[in-house]
Design a binder for this molecule. Structure first.
Ligand code: ATP
Length: 266
């Protein structure tokens, strides 16, 4: 058995408890068949990446899990409860951050709590905690236009963390920031996954990013999409953030995924 096969097989995914179950989901947009009979389990407390050719339906799947879009058939369960719409158990981190330009950082971060009627002092205390956690202490009173793209992304992340949803849905959250900022985010994300005990579902176009941050990677086929392969690159996870990219197993898995996906790239 090759090193990669061993990695892929351990630990047994069936032994992990699922926070989110996607069962036989199909989604058609009129004549466009985006997803066909797609099933996938998302282990609790872990980060799963969705990786696949452009237009294969990654964002569609994320929105269906969020309850923002109805599937044509099939069902989603979060903690054993069927999803019928958006809910407090799931928070979405959007690609474009979706911040309110007229509100300062602390109000933006506490916005989900404000919508739930949490009193000002309580929500500001919670917001401050997450602002510190994402490295934005001192910027509580700043407005989005006064921040860099990377800082705005941190505000979006802090807002999603502040509502204390168990499942965080992240749609290419690092695509709009520069390479150095992106690497720092990836390191920080690993810390969050370890410390927050939340289930992260992460859409990315980057093979390297997926292998760097994920406990599990679901490779999707081109439209109509299904799961082609599940990879669990966990063996280098405890070797420290600085050692991952030079780990031979990391490099092997990156190569293996590229070999799977290259035939779909025009
Ligand atoms: N509202 C819509 N109406 C019609 N077709 C749509 C709609 N939204 C998405 N699609 C189509 O469904 C397919 C899946 O789209 P989706 O955005 O989910 O893919 P994706 O994998 O996230 O794409 P990308 O990697 O390019 O971000 C694409 O072919 C897209 O054109």
């Amino acid at each position: 058995m090759s090193q990669i096969e061993k990695l892929i097989m351990q630990p047994d995914p069936a032994a992990l408890e699922s926070a989110v179950s996607v069962r036989h989901i199909s989604k058609n947009y009129g004549p466009v068949e985006a997803l066909r009979d797609l099933s996938l389990e998302f282990p609790r407390g872990q980060l799963t990446s969705l990786l696949g050719p452009s237009g294969c339906g990654k964002t569609t799947l994320l929105k269906i899990i969020a309850g923002l879009l109805e599937p044509t058939s099939g069902e989603i369960e979060v903690n054993g409860r069927k999803v019928t719409g958006p809910g407090p158990d799931r928070a979405f981190v959007f690609q474009d951050f979706a911040l309110m330009p007229w509100a300062n950082v602390i109000r933006n971060v506490g916005f989900g709590l404000e919508m739930r009627g949490v009193p000002t002092s309580e929500r500001e205390a919670i917001a401050e905690r997450y602002i510190r956690q994402v490295g934005l202490a001192g910027f509580e009173k700043s407005y989005p236009h006064e921040l860099s793209g990377g800082m705005r992304q941190r505000v979006g992340l802090a807002r999603a963390l502040a509502v204390d949803a168990e499942v965080l849905l992240m749609d290419e959250p690092f695509s709009a920031v520069d390479e150095q900022t992106r690497r720092k985010f990836q390191e920080d994300l690993l810390g969050l996954v370890q410390n927050e005990n939340k289930t992260f579902i992460f859409v990315t176009h980057s093979i390297e990013e997926a292998v760097y941050v994920s406990d599990q990677i679901a490779i999707l086929l081109p439209r109509p999409s299904r799961v082609h392969e599940i990879i669990r690159p966990s063996s280098f996870r405890n070797k420290g953030v600085d050692n991952i990219r030079r780990d031979p197993e990391y490099l092997d898995i990156v190569d293996q995924i590229w070999a799977s996906l290259r035939s779909y790239v025009e």
